[in-house]
Each structure stands twice: as C-alpha cells, then as structure tokens.
Design a protein around this ligand. Structure first.
Ligand SMILES: Cc1cc2nc3c(=O)[nH]c(=O)nc-3n(C[C@H](O)[C@H](O)[C@H](O)COP(=O)(O)OP(=O)(O)OC[C@H]3O[C@@H](n4cnc5c(N)ncnc54)[C@H](O)[C@@H]3O)c2cc1C
Length: 386
C-alpha cells in the first residue's frame, strides 16, 4: 500500500494502519517534514481519533485548550455570542478542543509514524495501472509498486486526476494572512486565552492560543483579491496590504496586525464536491478529496476523520469492499461541512446592518448548530458499517 503525501491526513492514516498491523509506504515530495503556516485548531472529532491512536500525551504537551469560544463585533469588540470551552466542551463532546502549532502536530505524527516507511523527496508524477496493481513514478526517478494507492496529497492533489474528472480547486475570492504573536504584544486584546472570531465588513480575524499559551495564532481573512493570479496558493505581498482592511477595527485586533510584518498571503481554495473518491484501487483522502474553506476549522479534522475511517475499513474488509464503504461514509459528511464553511465565509464578513443582526441572533445557538460536526466519532461510524 502506498500513501502519497505525509501531511496531517497521510501520517494519521499510516499510524492508524500500523496500529492494525497494516504497513504502508508514505511518499512525500518535500525533502524534510516542515509544516508551512502557523497553527491548527483541533476539535473533538479530530482529537478523539488522535487520542485513540495513543497520541494524547504528546498532543496535550504541545497544545493549548481555549477557555471560551467568543464572537465579537469588529469595532466595539462587544461579545456577540460566547460559550464556555475548556472542560465543559470536553465533557459535552467527549474529547477536547485545542490549538497546536502545525510543526508541533506534524512532529507528533511523524514521531508516531517513525522513519522506516517514510520516503521524503519523492514527488509523485505518474501512475500507470498494471495487471497486478499500480506503478508509481516519482520525480527523482524512483519507480515503486503498490496494490492500493491513497492520494493524501492536499488541495492541489496530483493523484486526483487518476480518480475523478474534477475541476481544480476553485479560488474563493478570499485570502488569509497567518501569524503568531506573543500575547504581551497585544495589551488591548480581551481574552487572549479564548478562541475568538472578530467579524467585520469584508474581513474577519480568528485567533486562539497554542502550545503553552504564551503565543496566539491568528488568521486574518479579507475579501481580496477578486481573482487569484497564478497557480501557487501563496503569494508574496507587502505587509501594508494587511493593515488597510483593518483600519478602524478594535485596538486589540490592530495591535495583532501591526505587531507582525506578514508578507505572505494564502489563497483560500475550495474544491467542488467530487462525484467519486476512488477508482481501480486509487483512493483520495483529506484535502485531495474535499478541500474546504477554513472557517469551521475543519480541513485537518476532516482529514483525520477520513484516516480513521479508511484504516478501520481496510482492517475489516478487502479493498474492493472497503473503498465503496469509505466513500459512502465520508462523502456526504464532508460535503455538508464544505457547504457550511462556504456559508460561514459570507456571514463572517457582513457589514453592520439587519443581515449582521440576524446572523448575531443565530450565533446564540452555535454549539447546537455545530454539534453534528464536533460530536462525530469516525471510528465508531466505520465500525458500525456492515
Ligand atoms: C489559512 C488556513 C487555516 C487553516 N486552519 C485550520 C484549522 O484551524 N483546523 C483545521 O482542521 N484545518 C485548518 N486548515 C485546513 C488544513 O490545513 C488542511 O485541511 C489539512 O492540512 C489537510 O490535510 P491533508 O493531509 O489532506 O493535506 P496536507 O496537510 O496539505 O498534506 C499534503 C501533503 O502532500 C504532499 N504532496 C503534495 N503533492 C505531492 C506529490 N505529488 N507527491 C508527494 N507528496 C505530495 C505535500 O507536500 C503535503 O505534505 C486551514 C487551512 C488554511 C489554508
């Protein structure tokens, strides 16, 4: 078995398979595992899987648990809605919510995966299907063989072209700036230990504490540029570009923005739902199957759910029976999360007015609205699949 991509989904799958006695070779195009970007928020549906894989202790050591989830008005900073997180969240959903630096998460996963089956500097460029499986061609000239190939190679997946006749992931018209700031640099920021959304006209900011809580990770999203130039999803820009959309925002947000000199912006892409997730023993997982906007903080969590589901099914069924079950279990759920994150994107950027007032009223029910995402137990769902 070959897994293409040693990101969050690919590594989680390799660990989950190994725990069931199935070994897979993981091929990663990068020559070392270095996560780009800042941090990731893991909700109960993701931490539940990682804990079951025996990663609770290293994950706890590397992550911070936010005290509350708070939505705020962009200028006045008043609480629009707030909910207790911390222990109350863990009790309600059976597992914690936490913020972790991506490099730390990847280190935890890579350590658990071990080096023996990890092949760095292997960029997949071609797959040809043979009588007895697949021949994989890598840019470094290596050729490998596998009966089953899992494309966990991210939003701009190469593997996807052998599975689905899909349009490439579409640019959403929004881009994000990601940064890490020491909490002391933001004296006006209320509740730095909480996970907070600041919602304003044409932009929003999401932040949460990570690691030992001294640093706050933020993602500032703006409705700009209207079209994305080129094929790379990260572009070099002047740090001033980020300041302008947040003029007039609450001092806590401005301190956050002004303390950084971010000169990279990330295009936010979404993939239209794929009609098929597998073909002839090649199957997609994570962003390769369902890239989504990050506004529910679910891309990584859904990749982790995919990995738990696929590993459980491959343990119990032959691949030709496991793959259709995997697609059936995962496609409808991830499609619903994808759709919901597009809706959230527009709602978070409303200007003040009646529509924003209506959104604010609805936010009062957010823990119930999002319950179906956070309460999910991917492994139990796979085990219940006959
Ligand atoms: C700004 C932003 C903020 C986010 N915040 C959150 C959050 O708070 N919570 C959350 O759950 N999600 C979040 N996400 C989404 C999350 O980062 C992704 O959904 C998640 O990383 C997907 O995991 P993956 O394993 O599918 O892909 P990735 O983690 O992208 O891994 C893919 C891997 O495949 C490798 N690869 C690619 N092509 C090849 C090839 N041809 N051959 C070999 N290897 C290849 C890549 O180098 C990479 O290592 C955010 C995303 C963005 C853009």
């Amino acid at each position: 078995m070959a897994i293409i991509g040693a990101g969050i989904g690919g590594l989680t799958l390799a660990i989950a398979l190994r725990r069931r006695g199935i070994r897979a070779a993981v091929y990663e195009r990068a020559d070392e595992l270095r996560e780009v970007g800042a941090a990731v928020a893991l909700s109960a549906n993701g931490t539940r899987v990682l804990h079951a894989l025996g990663l609770r202790a290293p994950l706890d050591a590397a992550s911070a648990v936010p005290t509350e989830l708070i939505y705020r008005h962009w200028r006045e900073g008043g609480r629009v809605a707030s909910f207790t997180a911390g222990e109350a969240y863990a009790e309600r959903f059976g597992s914690p919510y936490c913020g972790v630096h991506r490099a730390d998460l990847q280190a935890v996963l890579a350590e658990a995966c071990g080096p023996q089956d990890l092949h760095l500097d292997h960029r997949l460029v071609g797959i040809s299907t043979e009588n007895r499986g697949h021949e994989l061609e890598f840019a470094n000239g290596v050729v490998a063989h596998a009966d089953l190939v899992v494309g966990a190679d991210g939003v701009h997946s190469t593997t996807r072209r052998w599975v689905a006749d899909a349009e490439p992931a579409a640019y959403s018209g929004t881009s994000g700036f990601r940064g890490l700031i020491h909490r002391e640099e933001m004296p006006s920021l209320p509740d730095p230990d909480a996970i907070q959304f600041w919602m304003g006209p044409g932009a929003h900011v999401l932040h949460y504490p990570i690691g030992d809580g001294s640093f706050v990770n933020f993602l500032a999203v703006v409705d700009d540029p209207a079209t994305w130039p080129g094929s790379s999803w990260v572009a070099d820009v002047s740090p001033d570009l980020l300041r302008e959309p947040f003029t007039g925002w609450h001092p806590g947000v401005r301190e956050m923005i002004e303390a950084t000199s971010l000169h990279k912006r990330w295009a936010l892409f979404g993939q239209s739902p794929l009609r098929r997730w597998h073909r002839d023993g090649i199957v997609l997982l994570g962003d390769a199957a369902h890239a989504m906007l990050p506004h529910h903080g679910q891309g990584a969590n859904q990749s982790i759910e995919d990995a738990a589901t696929l590993a459980s099914l491959l343990h119990r069924f032959a691949p030709e029976q496991a793959l259709p079950r995997y697609e059936r279990l995962r496609r409808a759920r991830t499609r619903a999360v994808q759709r919901s994150s597009w809706v959230a994107s527009a709602l978070l950027h409303l200007p003040d007015g009646p529509e924003a007032d209506e959104r604010d009223r609805r936010l009062a029910a957010i823990p119930d609205t999002l319950q179906w995402i956070h309460e999910h137990d991917a492994e139990a769902a796979a085990n219940a699949c006959g």
